[in-house]
Design a protein around this ligand. Structure first.
Ligand code: B1M
Length: 253
């Protein structure tokens, strides 16, 4: 990356650094630096060290990885980092997420429902989507991740194939987020819109936008996505149960 890491100079040359000797706060700061520099092996080592010190997978994810990527995003926006460096940072982040994924999914929670999730057509950002998928799995949802650059036909095919309850769509670009409306409109046209809960997320979105495209909810982050998915599944199951009760009462009358 241009000009070296943001804070690395203040500690010592990265090659000489033994991450295991650093206290937690310095290790996390160093990991932000290593993510910035796209150092996948160092990120993997840092994640393992923090887990070994008793950090929960969620704390490692949010404080070491997501925060590191937030810093990368600022310098990308300001023209200090460019696409190749950000790709390396993303690759390093994925190395860390790969270690955390099974741990986040290991909750033994009962099955909450089935989710199909994908990044919309024209958009290749997948870190946030992957994270949301991981967290939903950890909360007991079965998740089918259909990837990036997803056209409407693939969303609809996957919903039917996996008998899904929830459709999750991610968009990171102001130019691609309107595609969510294309998907929802197609669902309406086919008369299947109300068969699914539609959740949307991504940095440029907000609640108003989610309403305008006809989604059920906007999810600011992965934790909100999990809470929203759980609540919406519970109220959907509640209304199905109420309808069955009413039908049974009507049949008995
Ligand atoms: Co791009 N990029 N990028 N990028 N990139 C952004 C999004 C940008 C904001 C950077 C900037 O200028 N500050 C900017 C968008 C500007 C805009 O439209 N307003 C931008 C741009 C311009 C571009 C390109 C056009 C650059 C270029 O080529 N000139 C290009 C577009 C490519 C394309 O998609 N067609 C591009 C390319 C790339 C890379 C390939 C280099 C790389 C992506 C690698 C990858 O994903 N595999 C990349 C990256 C890494 C970023 C930033 C730096 C980081 C995104 C990220 O991973 N964040 C980003 C800057 C930023 O967002 N601050 C940026 C970490 C992640 C955990 O957060 O994705 O927000 P996030 O996900 C959160 C929530 O949003 C939410 O929960 C997640 C977890 O808490 N959420 C959901 C997300 N999806 C959800 C779905 C749900 C629910 C919640 O469903 C239920």
């Amino acid at each position: 990356m241009p000009g070296g890491s943001r804070q690395g100079d203040s500690i010592m040359a990265d090659d000489d650094l033994d991450l295991s000797t650093l206290p937690d706060d310095e290790l996390v700061a160093q990991m932000h630096d290593d993510l910035y520099d796209g150092l996948k092996e160092e990120i993997e080592e840092g994640v393992n060290l923090l887990l070994g010190r008793g950090w929960t997978p969620y704390k490692v994810l949010t404080e070491a990885l997501v925060e590191g990527m937030r810093i990368v995003g600022i310098d990308f926006r300001d023209g200090i980092l460019f696409v190749p460096e950000v790709l390396m940072a993303a690759n390093a982040m994925k190395g860390g997420m790969y270690i955390l994924r099974p741990l986040l999914a290991e909750t033994g929670a009962e099955k909450m429902g089935t989710v199909v999730i994908g990044t919309v057509k024209g958009d290749i950002h997948d870190i946030g989507k992957n994270l949301v998928g991981m967290m939903l799995e950890g909360a007991g949802f079965e998740v089918f991740d259909i990837g990036i650059n997803t056209p409407v036909e693939e969303y609809l095919e996957a919903l039917e194939k996996h008998d899904a309850d929830i459709l999750g769509m991610s968009a990171l670009l102001t130019t691609t987020m309107p595609y969510m409306k294309v998907v929802v409109d197609k669902m309406k046209e086919k008369g299947i819109r109300n068969d699914y809960i539609v959740l949307v997320g991504g940095a440029p979105l907000n609640e108003e936008f989610a309403n305008s495209v006809g989604a059920d909810a906007y999810c600011r982050d992965a934790a909100v996505a999990v809470e929203t998915a759980k609540q919406m599944m519970a109220s959907r199951q509640g209304s199905v149960a109420a309808r069955m009760k009413a039908d049974a009462a009507a049949a008995g009358a």
